[in-house]
Design a protein around this ligand. Structure first.
Ligand code: PLP
Length: 351
């Protein structure tokens, strides 16, 4: 077997490397001490983010995980419940931070295939909320696009319904928008429109937008001020963070529109893999840059398939047991997609 000359890494859009122009923007960044509020690049990024999202303020943080944690801690007092999708990143992939660091209680809610939460279950868990035997609810969390649901677009009318519901119950709404720009590009709606029903929104600069690091929390001035203090508390106050912000500014200005190429590539990938024998993949589920597929019944163990792909220079990930994920992103070209489909076909024939 020949050693692959080029690795097609489809494990995640977090493996993106910064484009050459972004690296230059980082090198040339104007910087200062951001803990003193004196980093001009960070200030510009936070202003731009707030403006894009139609909110009062924004704060740059090291990661999406910290962004979600700060947004939740800024809105929910200790001992309160946060209603989270049982397939959400907040519930599954963030090490229980809201509980450990914030004394919050996760109330997992069934998630529909499109990422929407089961509204009847939300009503059911809020029933009797004033009973002193119960922990009171504080925040409902949503995710758009929804990662574990395959990058699906959260239906906007669901977000509106959750907003009305939260208003009637005196709760706030948090939107984990790690990939909200994918949602904006795929739906044709502005991020401000997608974010409007939420009190707080987080987004990642470090995924499809190709910045090396960084996420942002947006919301009203009071919420963001609280998040800023909590960022310090958790050790996320950074000094010359303008080097990160410069990449973020470049990402917001130059990297958003090209996400449509990733979506096109994901559709091509899905179409290609779907035609292979022994594979289950619903092309209707590929709405943005994520493709999930599984092997039919008595196929070999998934880890053997992934290992064989790896040996041929194609990387994918088993995320849930038996579910293989491939994510398109900056750096993945149509030729890479064709190569990946070919290699998956080869491997399924031989393994
Ligand atoms: C990636 C991701 C996060 C966490 O971001 P990190 O920067 O990896 O901490 C949160 N929510 C969703 C939906 C994500 O996809």
């Amino acid at each position: 077997m020949t050693v692959p000359e080029r690795v097609v890494d489809l494990r995640s859009d977090t493996v993106t490397l910064p484009p050459p122009e972004m690296r230059r923007a980082i090198a040339d960044a104007e910087v200062g001490d951001d803990v003193y509020g004196e980093d001009p690049s960070v200030n510009r990024l936070e202003e731009l983010a707030a403006e894009r999202f139609g909110k009062e303020a924004a704060v740059l943080v090291p990661s999406g995980t910290m962004a979600n944690l700060l947004a939740l801690l800024a809105q929910a007092p200790r001992g309160h419940k946060i209603l989270v999708g049982d397939r959400s990143d907040i519930f599954l992939w963030e090490a229980g931070g809201a509980s450990v660091a914030g004394g919050l209680i996760y109330e997992p809610i069934r998630t529909n295939p499109d990422g929407a939460l089961d509204e009847q279950q939300i009503e059911a868990v809020l029933y009797g909320r004033d009973d002193p035997q119960r922990a009171p609810p504080a925040v409902i969390c949503l995710e758009n696009t929804h990662g574990m649901c395959g990058g699906r677009l959260l239906p906007q009318d669901h977000l509106d319904a959750i907003r009305r519901f939260a208003n009637s119950e005196g709760l706030s709404v948090h939107l984990d928008g790690a990939r909200i720009f994918n949602a904006a590009v795929a739906s044709g709606l502005e991020v401000a429109k997608l974010a409007a029903p939420a009190d707080s929104v987080c987004f990642c600069l470090s995924k499809g937008l190709a910045a090396p690091v960084g996420s942002v929390v947006v919301g009203n001035a009071e919420l963001v001020a609280r998040a800023r203090r909590l960022r310090r508390l958790l050790g996320g106050g950074m000094r010359q963070a303008g080097f990160i912000a410069a990449a973020g500014l470049f990402a917001l200005e130059k990297m958003v529109d090209r996400l449509r190429e990733d979506h096109l590539n994901a559709r091509r990938l899905g179409e290609g893999i779907r035609r292979l024998p022994g594979v289950r993949l619903d092309p209707g589920e590929v709405e943005t840059n994520i493709v999930f597929w599984t092997l039919d019944g008595d196929r070999p163990h998934v880890s053997a398939v992934l290992q064989a792909l790896e040996e041929r220079g194609v990387r994918m990930l088993e995320l849930d047991r038996g579910r293989i994920r491939a994510v398109t992103h900056y750096g993945i070209e149509p030729d890479d997609v064709a190569r990946a489909v070919e290699v998956v076909g080869e491997v399924l024939e031989r393994v």
